[in-house]
Design a protein around this ligand. Structure first.
Ligand code: HEM
Length: 510
């Protein structure tokens, strides 16, 4: 997912690279042996070795626009050759059903990592990067049962409530200082990050420390962005400066997070020594974790990696949802009023809490419509097959990556009535239905589907619903006076955010 988010134009290296490649080509063709021909999905003809890489990078289009164009030209399944990588894109509900539900076991793996990702994932020792097998099963089971189960989630109610109070305070203060204007994404991001940090380490941290860790993990995400030599490893000698930087960021990550791991360890060893320490944290489940096929428990470096996964997986995705939510509420004052009225009639003047939120029909319909129209990630995480497979009648080899493009599913006019319209009512009174887990049918899968479906789904739904409810209960949202229409253009960062980061007016209701 993240590896696809930004493809810089690389104009400055383009012509130098061409000269280099021509010489490599000669060697390539003189040594190439004939392999059994595969029937890959169709796609644009590419150049030897670089494939379609420079066509994509020099198209002047964002990657998702390019993918949309290819879909128009080649249909719902197509291939792009990006350097040494063969990427197979699937963009329709029936193909996703075939891959993730009918052939779920075969399509449940992950591809080889780039060298940078190998370092940050401790050679695929995370839930999201592990190949389909015993390590993935152990790590995923631990994350789901130890942390994200319904019972466990209930244990963290207080953490969420206090983060919501902090969020409301921050918005109030920022609005007072700026004639009502508030940056939405930044505040939502901070609130979710506070919750996840607390769940992960079970330690109290001041705002400065939280911001420091947040900045660090953002730097990690930027470092993980794909580079030219990830597609063309032959060019890696030219990227030694970048590799050095990768090691520096990794060291910084370890230096910052290991002390918190030690602090938690010591709080567990000496109960009562840290009165602010929570009774339970994700880290506690990892200290003595037995992983199938391994003799030792996770090292400190691996603990940093597993904690960072939880923090990264749930922060930007959820905050992105909130930014689109507020944009939609500003664009549709009627929807905002309906939500506010539902909260008011359900809870009166009391603070809305997560038990109330579960019962709010309109809010739940709104959140579903939000995730239909604005899946926070346009691509699911990259899949790979465990053995040579067929999809839509084409071959999918084990060294290909399988990229699942989500918006064309949730915007498909054969599955939805007037999909272009943002309308939460479609989910009320049985007019339209969708199972967001994709188990019954594939119509919208913002969390993916099948064996690799997002394990944070339930928690994410609580976070989005709760934040929307509190933000609407406390504030009336409107556009800045300088802005007459909300611009719904998108930009791919780690997630699919608004092209123009949303600043909105938050007017306190009382
Ligand atoms: C609105 C919020 C979120 C969205 C839209 C989202 C979306 C996704 C998607 C599309 C995938 C890929 C599924 C696939 O490979 O087919 C995924 C995987 C994953 N997500 Fe989320 N996610 C969200 C929140 C969270 C949260 C809160 C956590 C954890 C605290 C989390 C942790 C993960 C992990 C660990 C995986 C990898 C699962 C695996 O490979 O087995 N996500 N998520």
């Amino acid at each position: 997912m993240a590896s696809l988010t930004s493809l810089p134009s690389y104009d400055h290296v383009f012509f130098g690279v061409i000269a280099f490649l021509v010489s490599v080509l000669i060697v390539f063709f003189s040594t190439k042996t004939k392999a059994k021909p595969l029937k890959l999905p169709p796609g644009p003809p590419g150049w030897p070795l670089v494939g379609n890489f420079f066509q994509v990078a020099r198209s002047g289009k964002s990657f998702f626009q390019y993918v949309q164009d290819m879909r128009q030209k080649y249909g719902p399944i197509f291939t792009l050759k990006m350097g040494t990588r063969t990427m197979i894109f699937i963009t329709s509900a029936d193909l996703v059903h075939e891959a993730l539900i009918e052939k779920s076991q075969i399509f449940a793996s992950r591809p080889a990592e780039t060298p940078t990702r190998t370092i940050f994932s401790c050679d695929k020792f995370t839930v999201n990067s592990a190949v389909y097998g015993p390590v993935w099963r152990s790590l995923r089971r631990n994350m789901v049962q130890g942390m994200l189960s319904t019972t466990r989630l209930k244990d963290f109610r207080n953490v969420r409530e206090s983060a919501m109070d902090k969020l409301v305070d921050r918005i109030r203060v920022e609005a007072e200082a700026n004639n009502g204007a508030v940056w939405v994404l930044k505040n939502a991001r901070f609130a979710v990050f506070c919750i996840l940090l607390s769940m992960c380490f079970g330690l109290e941290m001041d705002e400065k420390t939280i911001e420091k860790i947040d900045d660090l993990l953002k730097t990690v995400l930027i470092t993980l962005n794909a580079r030219l030599d990830d597609y063309l490893p032959i060019l890696s000698p030219f990227f030694s400066k970048q590799r050095k930087r990768v090691m520096e960021v990794r060291e910084e990550q370890l230096k910052t997070l290991v002390p918190f791991i030690n602090k938690r360890r010591s709080a567990l060893k000496n109960p009562g020594s840290d009165p602010t320490a929570a009774t339970f944290a994700y880290l506690d489940t990892l200290f003595d974790l037995t992983v199938e096929g391994r003799k030792s428990v996770p090292s400190d470096t691996e603990l940093v990696t597993l904690c960072s996964e939880l923090l990264n997986g749930g922060t930007d995705t959820t905050a992105t949802g909130l930014e689109w939510a507020i944009a939609r509420l500003i664009d549709n004052p009627d929807i905002q009023s309906k939500l506010y009225n539902e909260i008011k009639s359900g809870v009166g003047n009391r603070k809305v809490d997560e038990k109330d939120v579960e019962k709010m029909e309109y809010l739940n319909a709104f959140t579903k419509e939000l995730l239909r129209k604005h899946p926070p990630t346009y691509f699911s995480l990259t899949h790979a097959v465990t053995q040579p497979a067929k999809l839509g009648g084409y071959d999918v080899p084990t060294d290909a990556t399988v990229e699942i493009y989500l918006p064309t599913i949730s915007d498909d006019p054969t599955l939805w009535s007037r999909p272009e319209v943002f309308n939460p009512d479609r989910f009320l009174s049985g007019k339209e239905e969708a199972d967001i887990t994709g188990t019954r049918d594939i119509k919208m899968i913002p969390f993916g589907a099948g064996r690799r479906i997002c394990p944070g789904l339930s928690m994410a739904m609580i976070h989005v619903n709760l934040m929307v409810a509190r933000m609407v209960q406390e504030f009336e949202w409107s556009a800045l006076p300088t802005q007459n229409k909300i611009d719904f253009s998108v930009k791919l960062e780690f997630t699919t955010v608004m092209k123009h980061t949303l600043q909105a007016v938050a007017k306190p209701r009382v």
